[in-house]
Design a protein around this ligand. Structure first.
Ligand code: ZN
Length: 427
């Protein structure tokens, strides 16, 4: 949860510095000199609809009730001032249910509590935040100067094994469901779980896919095992999303990320992969560092035996991190993932799912928090992306997928439920 927040640190757009030694090799667009961004980047940030499909604010606030994201906050990656500075328009609030809570049978209660919590944030700052329950809400609320907070459910556990609960959570505003999280649940196997209980989706999971389609709730294949993701792609009538995943190509063997073949199939389905910014999703060195740290900690625990002092463990962790600095990714590494999706599948199938407030102190240099989207835009401009293409990445692709899901639901007898009066007037 904890993240060392840096002040807004824009990048120079053009390389002005010659780097002499190979030890200092880094790409030109990631040199942090604290200077301004190009006017073009700022204009694109202001005019575009920026939609991030995965921000873990609700669980952060649930764990730390004193945190008020309607004000500037210490730590964390998202709050109102930073969202404003980053020109973020749609921040999907993750209604995250840990696998353990699901196994204890408390998933539904926690989901309702987290949704209440998001509504509480909006109630405290109604002239800044608004819940969004349809794609059109994002358009209207941007015009009204509001930051939209749509909601996605991370872990289908709250749906339990009862299809009727889909309607309940639809009415409460959930607009995507990540079918599982860290472990296999009643719906699907998880990429992180070696126990592939269902060999993909459970029989109930296979029934749930068409139900979510009919009710206009996007299906999220992030966190799913490969088999489950492939089954969703086969079964879903509507385009699906990967709300916060990156590419396995850059971290071979890391099953939480998508393979090239899956990205191509996702594009064939009309869906979109929303790139996760966490260094552990972007850079192999960061993933290796985490494995080495776990191994070192396991060794320390073994050495200490049954009488381990928790303070000694803390001290060991701190020392280990000092001796082994974390290899942070940077903006260019994230851009490499975007470039590769474009190469594999085309510009219409990639977006952003930062995982802010969900990946701790692992965020890349240049994209440390919700204020830094202009840096990403500058990086895309430096790589030759057009304004239209940048807008697709920032939100237009996701909006296309969302609209397609809404249209299918309409044809299945589930009218689009909007929050904004303006959206409702149009419906
Ligand atoms: Zn996640």
């Amino acid at each position: 949860m904890k993240n060392s927040r840096k002040p807004f640190a824009p990048f120079i757009p053009i390389c002005l510095v010659a780097l002499a030694t190979s030890a200092l090799l880094m790409s030109c667009s990631s040199i942090d000199v604290g200077s301004g961004l190009s006017q073009r980047a700022m204009k694109i940030a202001e005019e575009s609809l920026i939609v991030d499909t995965h921000i873990d604010v609700p669980y952060r606030v649930y764990r730390n009730p004193e945190v008020d994201v309607t004000q500037a906050t210490e730590g964390g990656d998202f709050d109102l001032p930073r969202a404003r500075k980053g020109h973020l328009n749609g921040a999907f609030m993750s209604i995250y249910i840990p696998a353990g809570v699901d196994q204890e049978g408390r998933a539904g209660d926690l989901a309702n509590e987290l949704i209440d919590l998001v509504e509480g944030i909006v109630a405290r700052a109604p002239s800044d935040f608004a819940i969004a329950t349809c794609s059109q809400d994002l358009i209207h609320q941007k015009r009204q100067g509001l930051v939209s907070l749509p909601m996605g459910m991370e872990n289908g556990g709250p749906i339990g094994d009862d299809l009727a609960s889909v309607k309940h959570f639809r009415e409460r505003g959930i607009r995507y469901v990540t079918l599982t999280h860290g472990r296999s649940n009643k719906i699907s196997d998880s990429s992180y779980d070696t126990n592939q209980r269902w060999k993909g989706l459970s029989p109930y999971g296979k029934e749930l896919v068409p139900e979510l389609n009919s009710q206009g709730i996007m299906i999220d294949i992030s966190h799913l095992s490969d088999k489950a993701a492939w089954q969703v792609l086969e079964l879903s009538t509507t385009p699906v999303i990967a709300s916060h995943s990156s590419l396995r190509h850059f971290i071979p063997g890391f099953h939480r990320n998508m393979t090239d073949e899956m990205v191509k199939a996702l594009a064939d389905n009309g869906g979109v992969i929303q790139i996760n910014f966490g260094s552990g999703f972007i850079l192999e060195e960061s993933r290796i560092w985490s494995s080495q740290r776990s191994a070192a900690e396991a060794w320390f625990r073994r050495e200490q035996g049954n009488n381990m002092d928790p303070e000694a463990l803390q001290a060991f962790r701190k020392q280990w991190r000092t001796e082994n600095p974390y290899p942070f990714a940077d903006t260019d590494d994230v851009l490499d993932h975007i470039d590769r999706v474009v190469e594999l599948a085309g510009i219409d199938y990639v977006g952003i799912g930062s995982d802010y407030d969900g990946v701790g102190d692992t965020l890349p240099d240049g994209l440390k928090d919700a204020s830094t989207f202009p840096n990403l835009i500058q990086g895309l401009l430096d790589r030759g992306y057009s304004k239209t293409d940048i807008r697709k990445i920032l939100g237009d692709n996701l909006m296309r997928v969302w609209r397609a899901n809404e249209a299918f639901a309409e044809s299945s007898g589930y009218p689009t439920l909007c929050t904004s009066d303006l959206s409702r007037a149009e419906a």
